[in-house]
Design a protein around this ligand. Structure first.
Ligand code: GLU
Length: 296
């Protein structure tokens, strides 16, 4: 029976097929949801249309299904919610919680700190120039407890500052879109890779401003290659093959430190997934930030 309080999700960006690292993220959030009798939703983060790769959505869905990761309900697409994002942005503008930023990418990358220096905070608006919208950061508490990484506190203003919620190219920024999506779906648990841990205070900050309930967070280690880089499309991680899903799942369970028994390799996809759900022990990943793909 599905629990009516746990709603999890996997939210890939359709910038290419799933690679081992993204399949690992899907499997971790799936096992966490199912072990808690939860729902597991699939959302396609396709708001960044210039980065979208044609055919990626189909190939992602095919890879998930071949690996036994069946989602609940129909797939949701960020691109179907553009008006909703704009309404929230309009509310933030009306409440004077954002300001336009005209800084060029060049100026920003030359800055010594990744935290924005508020150059545009008091600048007069030049309506003919393209601009991004930045949130006015305030010292609101964004303290949260991460199920695997423990208590996370930061000085919001010093560590995150006035971050972008709408990009210069008019696209709603990931930080805001994800908060609106998680709220719409009543997501109770966000289970994702350690690389997104630094985004969480920004998302909690926005949830506070918008009076949304914050989900529980669980950031599990990412898979890295021999050079210490996270497996990613940018680093040309190869697409996962659907020819032998059993061996992919077996390797992923090992990378998730679940110690699957050798015999499981000969089982069907369904049996491997069921074993994973029945034996799911996320605590084995506690405080680990990265796991090398080459150790198995
Ligand atoms: N779409 C994001 C990504 O592929 C993940 C969003 C999230 O899990 O919050 O990195």
């Amino acid at each position: 029976m599905l629990s009516n309080h746990y709603i999890g999700r996997f939210a890939p960006s359709p910038t290419g097929p799933l690679h081992l690292g993204s399949l690992y993220a899907a499997l971790a959030s799936y096992l966490h949801a199912r072990a808690n009798q939860g729902k597991w939703l699939l959302r396609i983060d396709d708001i960044d249309s210039p980065r979208e790769v044609s055919g990626a959505v189909n190939s992602i869905c095919h890879a998930l299904e071949t690996h036994g990761l069946q989602w609940d309900d129909s797939i949701d697409y960020q691109s179907h919610h553009l008006d909703e994002y704009q309404n929230v942005i309009d509310t933030l503008i009306k409440k004077d919680l954002v300001y336009p930023c005209f800084c060029s990418r060049k100026t920003l990358s030359a800055a010594t700190s990744s935290v924005y220096s508020k150059t545009c905070l008091d600048r007069t608006h030049s309506p003919d120039l393209p601009y991004a919208l930045r949130i006015k950061s305030t010292p609101l508490s964004t303290l949260f407890y991460d199920e695997l990484q423990g208590s996370q506190d930061s000085s919001f203003v010093d560590d995150h500052g006035d971050f972008i919620i709408k990009r210069k190219d008019n696209i709603t920024a990931y930080q805001l879109a994800v908060v609106i999506d998680d709220h719409r779906h009543k997501i109770s648990h966000v289970v994702r890779g350690y690389d997104l841990l630094n985004s969480t205070p920004k998302q909690i900050f926005l949830q506070n401003l918008l009076s949304y309930t914050a989900p529980q967070y669980c950031h599990f280690p990412v898979i890295i290659d021999l050079q210490g880089n996270k497996l990613s499309k940018q680093k040309c991680a190869p697409a996962v093959s659907s020819e032998n899903p059993q061996s992919n799942l077996f390797l992923l369970l090992k990378l998730l430190q679940q110690n699957p028994p050798k015999e499981l390799q000969k089982s069907s996809v369904k049996e491997i997934i069921n074993w994973g759900v029945d034996h799911w022990q996320p605590k084995r990943l506690k405080k680990i930030r990265a796991i090398s793909n080459k150790i198995y």
